[in-house]
Design a protein. Structure first.
Length: 587
């Protein structure tokens, strides 16, 4: 395998497709020009937050011009970048990878079945079979005519092609018609979405027709190092798609492992069925054990520390689709914050060490709190203390106001306890929450959990035992970044809190753990939510509502975008209310 810096020859939309591009690369090394059908190349990730290269089937090879053609369907940030490559730009390409399709050359008849973008993987095979004077029929399926892939390529090859869309039927129906009479000397090769592959295999199995499936699986390396693209066979053996595929004998695959019957597919962004046909599809009620509740018009809010009243005043953030407003942290005494610098960017996130800069409780009550109520949203106040008595003082003070709830931040160091963070010890967690509960008996009490623990459920249970109505998680993860030129930390305090998409998988895992513990209180999920799909992931993991922090810095319309995506997700799962998504992954 070679990796070369390859020049883009051209890049244009493919046929009538609106999201599939023909990317032609030139000055291709001989090794790739000699690739056989089924082999693929890896393109370097172009999105800043990506670390994994993307595999693509080779659709066409022109040895005279030393070019190869790939078909790129835009499904995420990297494929969007690929679709915008301009002639003359360069990109790292590695290949060829994988093994040629191991079709039986003794066979004289072949049916190639393609679904969606999977049809691209069959083009080179159709050309090779046609050159070998084999009888080739192409069956293509797609959601609509404008999403049909590869038709022009197959036409140029000279293969008989039939196509069908979801509006009129499935490509497996075409296959059944072609196989209405049992034929010998026939092999089926297919590539497309997993449900289609499984259905094609089952049809062939019944008719005792050999079938090869070309698999498209997530792979981190493409070179048989990471073992992420493993497939299990019925005999228990394991094959890696990148090195022993991508085409495998369909009869060898253990389909119950590879594609269980209950496996859900990716949410289709074109779904138009609107959840808004229900009267209050987004209304969310967070109800504590003792009946105290927080009612939200939308299941999304800002995370504490990431939205100040001054930002609201200048209209920096669109809050029309926000369910509640969370203040920045308030402490008993004024705090000037930590030494500078207080923030730095990291891969997929940022580290901050603001140090709870604020005016202090008295001035906040006197000068700032009233301004938060002007936006006609439920207001939640975040309180932070350095002793148990601090939480008592703060909770008592805000109990006398009309705030909708209090969020108790237990990620602060206990100054009187030797600096240990309150939220890392279940006994101290319970003590702090009990004090806040007693001081504000009627307020909806949220406890914000620290992820810097070994057992998040133990801490969550302690908070609930202390009187929490709701849990919010996760807070930032302790982290460090170093300037290699100065050999100094990039944060003035050395360490800080990591936020952003980098911590999302940790947050999702912890939320799911707390959800499955069934503690009897709702969960507000946070930690790296930067778009609607991330918000949906948190709900599916077990959150009842979500909070956005770092993601709001770069996208002022993020709350509206989240609600639009949640509407599509609800439609896909036929949810009447957003609450029906909560914990769906564990049901």
């Amino acid at each position: 395998m070679q990796e070369e810096r390859i020049i883009v020859e051209s890049n244009r939309l493919h046929g009538t497709c609106q999201d599939v591009f023909e990317l032609v690369l030139r000055n291709i090394p001989d090794s790739i020009l000699e690739a056989r059908p089924g082999q693929f190349v890896l393109l370097e990730p172009l999105h800043l937050n990506s670390v994994m290269p993307r595999p693509f089937s080779i659709v066409h090879i022109n040895k005279d011009k030393k070019t190869v053609t790939l078909l790129i369907k835009v499904v995420g940030a990297n494929t969007l970048h690929y679709s915008k490559l301009q002639p003359g730009e360069k990109i790292n390409v590695a290949g060829p990878l994988g093994k040629p399709i191991p079709y039986d050359e003794k066979m004289n008849k072949f049916i190639l079945v393609g679904g969606g973008i999977g049809s691209a993987a069959l083009v080179c095979l159709s050309s090779e079979l046609h050159q070998k004077k084999k009888e080739v029929k192409i069956l293509l399926g797609a959601r609509s005519d404008i999403e049909m892939v590869g038709c022009d390529f197959y036409k140029n090859v000279g293969c008989a092609t039939q196509s069908i869309t979801d509006q009129t039927g499935l490509v497996t129906e075409l296959l059944n018609q072609e196989l209405s009479e049992i034929e010998e000397d026939l092999m089926v090769v297919t590539c497309g979405p997993k449900p289609m592959l499984k259905a094609v295999y089952e049809i062939c199995e019944k008719k005792n027709i050999p079938c090869l499936v070309i698999l498209e699986e997530i792979m981190a390396c493409g070179t048989n190092s990471c073992k992420s693209c493993a497939v299990t066979g019925k005999n228990g053996d394991i094959k890696n798609i990148c090195s022993e595929g991508p085409a495998l004998d369909a009869a060898w695959i253990d389909w119950e492992i590879f594609f269980p019957n209950n496996r859900q597919q990716r949410i289709d962004p074109t779904i138009k069925k609107a959840a808004s046909k229900f009267s209050t599809p987004f209304k969310t009620e967070l109800i504590g054990k003792d009946g105290r509740r927080l009612i939200l018009d939308y299941p999304v809010m800002n995370a504490s520390g990431c939205l100040g009243i001054d930002s609201l005043k200048i209209g920096h953030l669109d809050i029309s689709k926000i369910g509640a407003l969370m203040t920045k942290a308030v402490t008993v005494s004024p705090r000037s914050g930590n030494p500078m610098p207080r923030a730095c960017e990291t891969p997929s996130g940022m580290i901050n060490s603001i140090g709870l800069y604020n005016l202090g409780m008295e001035k906040f009550l006197e000068k700032k709190l009233a301004e938060w109520f002007e936006y006609n949203k439920p207001v939640l106040v975040n309180i932070s203390g350095y002793s148990v008595s601090d939480y008592k003082i703060l909770a008592e003070a805000f109990n006398k106001t009309k705030v909708a709830g209090i969020e108790v931040n237990i990620s602060c160091p206990n100054a009187k306890g030797g600096g240990m963070v309150f939220g890392t010890d279940p006994k101290i967690t319970k003590e702090v929450v009990e004090v806040a509960r007693q001081a504000a008996p009627e307020k909806f009490l949220i406890v914000k959990l620290s992820p810097n623990v070994t057992n998040i459920v133990e801490i969550a249970q302690a908070a609930v035992d202390g009187g929490a109505d709701c849990l919010s998680l996760i807070n930032t993860i302790q982290a460090m970044a170093i300037d290699i030129k100065t050999a100094k930390p990039k944060i003035g305090t050395g360490y800080g809190g990591l936020s952003g998409p980098a911590i999302r998988p940790v947050a999702v895992r912890m939320i799911n753990q707390v959800f499955k513990a069934n503690l009897g209180v709702p969960i507000i999920g946070m930690g790296g939510i930067d778009d609607g799909e991330a918000a949906a992931e948190f709900l599916l993991a077990g959150a009842n509502a979500v909070a956005v922090g770092t993601g709001s810095f770069s996208d002022r319309m993020i709350f509206e975008e989240i609600m639009k995506t949640l509407e599509r997700v609800m439609a896909y799962h036929e949810a009447r209310n957003v609450s029906e998504l909560t914990g769906l992954v564990s049901r």
